[in-house]
Design a protein around this ligand. Structure first.
Ligand SMILES: Cc1cc2nc3c(=O)[nH]c(=O)nc-3n(C[C@H](O)[C@H](O)[C@H](O)COP(=O)(O)O)c2cc1C
Length: 171
């Protein structure tokens, strides 16, 4: 049977909340935060579900302390994800940051694809209001956007649909 690992960052906010909700749907999956869990740990699973928040650097006017995925990215650049199916969920805010909505999903997705991963779990853009996103490919997001700031009421349904789709693709 294929194994699945859910890896997420940052801890303590909406990304962790959503990671836990997804885990409730997939209780046999491992649930880990990064950078406490490493890219080497990811290598133990056939399927990966990765959770990331977009905190656009351009929205800050001060130096950001590196944390979470920032610390993991250099290791992803050297890893081989060939043969792994990877689905990404991304926390974002489609109102305040409508020109950069869930950009991190696209940035992480492109990196993983360059390292051999097969990306799964794309979602239609039509259910979302935003202007621009680096996470778009064709008319789909390269993962599942979740907006807990302005569309919290849509989250549970979005997760239900996405996980149903994933369990078919990752079996
Ligand atoms: C300083 C700052 C910058 C942000 N930049 C973006 C952004 O560029 N794009 C986006 O979609 N959301 C952006 N957001 C919204 C967050 O991604 C969103 O609130 C998310 O749920 C935070 O996840 P967390 O609670 O796990 O930290 C930003 C939030 C903050 C506080």
């Amino acid at each position: 049977m294929n194994t699945t690992g859910i890896f997420y960052a940052p801890k303590g906010g909406s990304t962790e909340k959503i990671a836990r909700k997804i885990h409730q749907h997939l209780p046999s999956a491992a649930l880990k935060s990064v950078p406490e869990a490493s890219v080497d740990d990811m290598m133990h699973y056939d399927n990966l579900i990765l959770g990331i928040a977009t905190i656009g650097k351009e929205t800050w006017n001060q130096e950001i302390k590196k944390s979470g995925w920032d610390l993991v990215m250099p290791h992803i650049d050297k890893a081989d994800f060939t043969g792994k199916k990877v689905a990404i969920f991304g926390l974002g805010d489609s109102v305040t940051y409508d020109l950069h909505f869930v950009d991190a999903v696209g940035i992480l997705g492109q990196k993983l694809r360059e390292r051999g991963a097969e990306l799964v779990g794309f979602t239609d853009t039509k259910d979302y209001n935003f202007r621009e996103s680096k996470a778009i490919e064709g008319d789909q997001f390269m993962g599942l956007p979740i907006d807990e700031d302005f569309e919290e009421e849509k989250t549970d349904e979005r997760i239900d649909q996405w996980v149903k789709d994933l369990t078919k693709k990752m079996s």
